[in-house]
Design a protein around this ligand. Structure first.
Ligand SMILES: [Fe+2]
Length: 696
């Protein structure tokens, strides 16, 4: 059906639209809490607008993943399982059953005759002890080998369950029909369940902890190399090495997994970050006042983590802090350089400012910032402000816009898979005992609080890329030249803005057409309602002062924001989970020793090991990062690739603007590739690596 606005439809079509939307409203209903019940106790995730899924509201079949998506997921899980099998197989081959022969006791040839009997007794005693040790050693290694085989069998069982999933998929596809969406949902859930079993095998340690320890998959690390060795068949991230240099630490702020916090200092540093101007000048050869006045001083502030309540599950006490860090542009005035770190919001004798010339203590301070960045990334930048920001828009779109509304048609591909992946997260990843609970520093209730506050305090308009960059004072490349995320994101925002404006102009002749669109106005009302989407800072002043959308300009900004968040912004934070965050020492999702409270000149580089996650938690972080960060399903701007109907947009007037959008994306690809020859490579926002929607 040709897209049309409700005001242009006949009465009959308007009636049909109303009936479709009434049905959609019962299928896509709002909830603001999810209750978990386990062994008599109840925990409630609340304060977030979510899709109801219960006996009365089964998960909508249209929102299930596609067959290709399920294949991708199962294939990735299979790779993770293979990684474990190889670790255990290596153990059987080279480690567990091979031992050194005990050194025989020396011959007592020089003993005087009177002492020969005693010497002989001693020799016999030594030999008996050596043989006993040897027997114990052999028994131990036989047991270890038996355990390794038993573990290998359990891994094989899991592999068979994955094979069975693939067989079911092949069977359905081989029948020459499209698989029923519910079956695909069921298979995706089964795959998810297998992932949970793999993770539990490692983290719970009930499956032969001795084997896991020998395989380097469990227990405290004795060297950084042990973390790298866990990768085996996977590429070890470039950030792996002998710790994190100051240059890499600074680069994480502008091209890392969470390049969204760096903020130019205006006027003065926050009062609760008392950097010593004398130390600053000695370290940078410029005064703090001059650096600030010239726009060369920048901070990151993790205040949003100040109320995290730390957990001691599942592998011992975890630690968290809400740091501040100060950076200055280096002598070339191009790259940032870290100067000072404070590991908490309230300075004092045990929360001092650490400086970049303080050796191993400084290395520890950077590690705790990295850990805070990892927690902020997952809870706020990733979960709260991409996955959960888009969720209410998907629900409201189905509830309020008829399927042949031009906006529905445009947005649908950018919402593909989002409700399913979010629902999967609610029932597993962010559930009590799930990945977030186990890996991140806080208790799950505390982490829900951080996510809820991030969403609840969202100012939608202020979160649009141009406004967000300006608010942080980082929108001017003349002041901050090296900011790859900003430079690439701005290109993509511009490309999407052009496409969206051209598309909307086909249907909305003027602002009045926007204001008269009753479905659009109902969409806004549903999104801002407390019993609906709860989206803050959204809408223009409408009739009677209620939020509305009454101009083409604002509508274009909103749609660009949604398209950008669902594609580029999610790619920004999602894919580095694989190629940066899966190496836990670079960004541990929790630290396992408290932040330093003073400079310790005696501290050695190895001190960092006590702060890093134990090897089983690092392995969990590795596998989860690889799983979530390596599935690229669909491609930005390619609406034809994921839909059976071709072209996707039935309206022929769309093809020219769409071609221009695709051509612009190709140009952006070239520009970014060229930039990467000049700057340190930042490939996250190459358009060819950005999916259309949040589906992982
Ligand atoms: Fe994601």
């Amino acid at each position: 059906m040709t897209p049309s606005l409700p005001q242009h439809d006949t009465d009959e079509l308007r009636g049909a639209r109303a009936r479709v939307l009434a049905a959609a409203k019962s299928q896509f209903a709002w909830t603001h809490s999810h209750v978990y019940e386990s062994q008599g106790s109840t925990q409630t995730l609340s304060g977030l607008p979510l899709l109801v899924v219960d006996a009365e509201h089964p998960f909508p079949s249209t929102q299930n993943p596609t067959a290709v998506q399920v294949f991708d997921i199962v294939e990735t899980i299979n790779g993770l399982l293979g990684l474990l099998v190889i670790n255990v197989a290596d153990l059987v081959d080279v480690g567990a059953v091979r031992t050194e022969r005990p050194t025989p006791p020396p011959h007592a040839t020089a003993s005087p005759p009177a002492g020969r009997l005693a010497a002989l007794r001693e020799r016999i005693g030594d030999t008996v002890d050596a043989v006993r040790d040897r027997v114990h050693e052999v028994v131990h290694h036989v047991e270890l080998a038996e355990h390794a085989v038993a573990l290998w069998r359990r891994l094989t069982e899991l592999r068979h369950s994955l094979d069975a999933l693939l067989d079911r998929l092949e069977g359905v596809l081989g029948a020459g029909e499209l698989p029923p969406p519910n079956l695909l949902g069921e298979l995706a859930i089964a795959a998810n369940d297998t992932v949970g079993r793999i993770f539990r095998l490692i983290v719970d340690g009930d499956a032969f902890p001795d084997v896991l320890e020998h395989a380097g998959l469990r227990g405290p690390a004795s060297s950084l190399e042990q973390y790298g060795r866990q990768f085996q068949t996977f590429p070890v991230p470039n950030v792996a090495g002998n710790g994190m240099s100051d240059a890499l630490f600074a680069r994480m702020r502008v091209a890392g997994p969470n390049p969204l916090l760096i903020t130019r200092v205006v006027g003065a540093l926050p009062e609760h970050f008392p950097v010593d101007p004398v130390r600053f000048e000695a370290l940078t050869r410029q005064t703090l006042a001059d650096a600030i006045a010239a726009g060369r001083a920048y901070v990151v502030d993790y205040a949003a983590l100040a109320d995290v309540v730390t957990s001691d599950q599942p592998a011992g006490q975890k630690y968290s802090c809400a740091p501040l860090a100060l950076f200055v542009l280096d002598a070339t005035r191009k790259h940032l350089r870290p100067i000072a770190i404070q590991l908490g919001q309230q300075p004092g004798p045990t929360v001092p400012v650490f400086y970049c010339d303080e050796g191993a203590t400084w290395e520890l301070a950077k590690l705790h910032v990295q850990s805070a960045d990892g927690n902020y990334h997952e809870l706020i930048s990733h979960l709260g402000l991409t996955h959960l920001l888009i969720e209410p828009f998907v629900i409201a779109t189905h509830r309020n816009l008829a399927p042949h509304h031009p906006l529905f048609r445009l947005l649908l591909p950018h919402f593909q898979g989002t409700l399913f992946i979010n629902w999967s997260a609610v029932v597993s990843l962010i559930a009590p005992g799930g990945g977030v609970d186990q890996l991140l520093a806080g208790t799950i209730e505390s982490d829900w609080g951080v996510v809820g506050t991030a969403f609840g305090s969202l100012d939608f308009d202020a979160h649009m890329l141009p406004a967000a960059l300006a608010a942080r004072g980082v929108d001017d490349p003349a002041l901050l030249p090296d900011y790859p995320y900003r430079d690439d994101a701005v290109l993509l925002w511009g490309a999407m803005d052009g496409w969206v404006r051209e598309y909307l102009s086909l249907y909305y002749a003027d602002d009045a057409a926007v204001a008269d669109d009753t479905e659009l106005q109902a969409w806004v009302a549903d999104l801002v309602a407390r019993e609906g989407g709860c989206v803050g800072g959204f809408g223009e002043p409408g009739p009677a002062g209620l939020p509305a959308i009454v101009t083409r300009d604002y509508l274009a900004k909103v749609v660009t924001m949604l398209m950008f968040t669902a594609s580029a912004q999610h790619a920004t934070v999602n894919f580095p989970q694989c190629y940066v965050m899966s190496y836990a020492p670079a960004m541990p999702l929790a630290t396992y020793a408290p932040p330093p409270t003073r400079v310790d000149p005696e501290l050695t580089a190895d001190a960092i090991l006590a702060h890093l996650p134990p090897l089983q938690m690092a392995n969990y972080q590795l596998m989860l990062g690889q799983l979530l960060g390596s599935i690229y399903f669909t491609r930005l701007g390619r609406y034809d690739l994921q839909h059976a109907s071709s072209p996707y947009f039935a309206d022929p007037r769309v093809s020219a603007p769409l071609r221009r959008f695709q051509a612009r994306l190709a140009e952006v690809e070239r520009i970014i590739a060229d930039r990467n020859l000049e700057r340190g490579p930042y490939e996250t926002l190459l358009p060819s690596r950005i999916p259309q929607s949040i589906n992982i």
